[in-house]
Ligand binder design. Structure first.
Ligand SMILES: C[S@@+](CC[C@H](N)C(=O)[O-])C[C@H]1O[C@@H](n2cnc3c(N)ncnc32)[C@H](O)[C@@H]1O
Length: 550
């Protein structure tokens, strides 16, 4: 390993893959990025161009297939080597973001920093699933053999970019209230369990290279050992500017997303086995891989003030995520801003959000607060009294609807889970609206079919199992009064709704969106709030009918 000491920004940005010999240039973990003016020539300008080009590929891949030039190796052996390298290189960049975020959290105890660190840990966990997505036999024949040939003692403990994280987590635990840390604690636990499961799948004997080296976990590695692992993962250490760092990270991110788009994450081997209690966490992470990586692009693009200058530099790299200049992509910074300028949650709502967060990944099912504020407002604006909420979970949407309804109003809310709705019922009582909410336990379709056929419902909100959306729509619409409102959540499905090749839930959402859009009984608009919300008004023309979804 050559530890470069030149003080220039090398801005090494290559569009080749790591397997082709692409080198990732990173500063040492405790080194700050160097100033751009140290970069020779137009290197920073080139970084900006690369970022702009890569963000546009990313947008394309989120909505459709990977461009032919970006497809990873087809051969499974070559592909797992490619995944191991690219996935690790991207993880090194994510660790740097985690490190900065944890330092901010320790300094400020800000809930947003804990939330961001949790999201970054989840991204890192998905990356680990990506890098370890092969069978034990293939791993032994390829990656493990390569590592052993490089150095029989090669160990994950030698990753210098990761080394500080356990200690920073300990400091965060010592300095922040448990309620602030709750999402981070859950994400770290998730990460640990899934790592153990992947490691157990790849090396069933549990005999790691580290153990063969006769070392104990936790022993501080030497500089030379850190250099060995840097060498293996083609990492060169040199001071670089932040733009060059981001350009390299986004390049790898594009490669990962193109690979997953082309082959999926589980084509080489099914996901690891995890204990039943972690299954929902694993499913949620596997179900949102592309969304995690677009989120990482946002984290990278908003990670430093120097990027404000970058978006000018590129003619607006951020806006290249959309073709429409009137539509502002919601970055984490903008999201925080809009949340900060929306009615704040009440104490009961905040407690309910905290309680739901503590459940782990499933907490993602809750509608975000700004969407709840919109539900409350829509309920008030339409003076809705007779309301249906399909998909209760821990009761946030039902609470928002009840808070908007007048005394004497009624929200029927449907779910199958007694555990989650138990949490909901406590919150409704604390908010003083329990008498307005009627929980119906059981399959929502049966509940809807048991309701009177008369068109009395003022407002309905659909937010349960996606394949049943069309059926819910067909049961609800005749029961909604003319002029009444029907709302449906998750209609963008993390962006996958726009993918013609979407499968599973995203495909069901696409069928539902087409169904609503072609339904002459309603006027409709799709709002880009949260995961996408369809807002419709039932027309007065009652003679019109609609065929069921195909
Ligand atoms: C996305 S969550 C709802 C989130 C909720 N609206 C909120 O604001 O927190 C979906 C819920 O639908 C429930 N669900 C799924 N399939 C269902 C079905 N067939 N009938 C009733 N509920 C169902 C799940 O148990 C889950 O609690």
């Amino acid at each position: 390993m050559t530890h470069l000491t030149d003080r220039h920004c090398p801005a090494l940005i290559t569009h080749g893959t790591a397997a082709d010999g692409a080198v990732l240039t990173l500063p040492l973990p405790d080194e700050e990025f160097t100033a751009c003016r140290r970069c020779p020539g137009d290197m920073c300008a080139r970084a900006a161009q690369h970022i702009k080009g890569d963000l546009s590929i990313l947008t394309q891949v989120v909505h459709g297939p990977a461009p032919p030039g970006e497809r990873p190796p087809a051969d499974p052996g070559a592909r797992i080597r490619h995944r191991w390298l690219i996935g690790h290189q991207l993880a090194f960049a994510v660790w740097r973001l985690i490190r900065h975020t944890l330092q901010e959290l320790i300094r400020t105890s800000a809930p947003q920093a804990a939330e961001r660190a949790a999201r970054l840990y989840d991204i890192y966990t998905v990356l680990f699933l990506y890098t370890g997505s092969c069978s034990a036999a293939r791993y032994a024949a390829t990656v493990r053999a390569d590592m052993a040939a490089h150095d029989p003692a090669l160990s994950g403990e030698w990753h210098r970019d990761h080394m500080a994280l356990p200690d920073l987590l300990r400091q965060a635990r010592a300095s922040c209230p448990a309620s602030v840390l709750a999402p981070l604690t859950a994400a770290v636990k998730r990460s640990h369990h899934i790592h153990m499961a992947v490691a157990g799948k790849l090396v069933p004997s549990g005999q790691s290279l580290l153990q063969q080296a006769g070392k104990q976990a936790g022993v501080q590695p030497t500089e030379a050992e850190c250099d060995v692992i840097d060498d293996f993962f083609q990492v060169r250490r040199a001071p670089i500017c932040e733009k060059a760092f981001i350009a390299q990270a986004i390049r790898r991110l594009v490669q990962v997303v193109c690979d997953i788009r082309s082959y999926g994450l589980t084509d080489l081997e099914p996901p690891p086995q995890v204990a039943a209690r972690h299954r929902p966490d694993l499913d949620a992470l596997l179900g949102s891989t592309i969304g995690r990586f677009t989120e990482l692009a946002d984290f990278l693009m908003t990670s430093s003030p120097s990027l404000v200058d970058l978006s000018t530099h590129t003619g607006g790299a951020m806006t290249s995520l959309t073709d429409d200049t009137k539509t502002v992509p919601i970055t984490p910074a903008l999201h925080r801003y809009l949340v900060g300028h929306t009615m704040a949650p009440s104490r009961v709502q905040q407690d309910l959000m905290d309680h739901t967060h503590a459940l782990g990944t499933v907490a993602e099912m809750r509608i975000p607060h700004e969407q709840a504020a919109l539900l409350t407002l829509l309920t008030k604006l339409t003076a809705a009294r007779d309301i249906i909420d399909i998909g209760t979970f821990t009761g946030y949407s039902a609470l928002a609807l009840a808070l908007g309804s007048p005394p004497g109003g009624r929200v029927i809310t449907c779910d199958t889970s007694t555990e989650w709705t138990g949490i909901a019922q406590d919150a409704w009582k604390q908010a003083g609206v329990a008498d307005r909410i009627e929980l119906r336990l059981g399959p929502a379709l049966e509940t809807l079919r048991s309701l009177p056929h008369e068109p009395t419902i003022d407002l309905a909100f659909i937010d349960a199992d996606k394949p049943s959306y069309c059926d819910y729509w067909e049961e609800l619409l005749p029961r909604v009064r003319p002029g009444g409102v029907l709302l449906a959540d998750n209609v963008l499905y993390s962006g996958d709704a726009a993918n013609p090749d979407a499968t599973g839930n995203a495909q069901a959402i696409r069928a539902f969106n087409a169904h609503v859009h072609n339904d002459p009984r309603v006027e409709n608009v799709m709002l880009p709030i949260a995961d996408g919300l369809t807002l419709t008004r039932k027309r007065n023309d009652e003679h019109l009918t609609m065929e069921a979804c195909s």
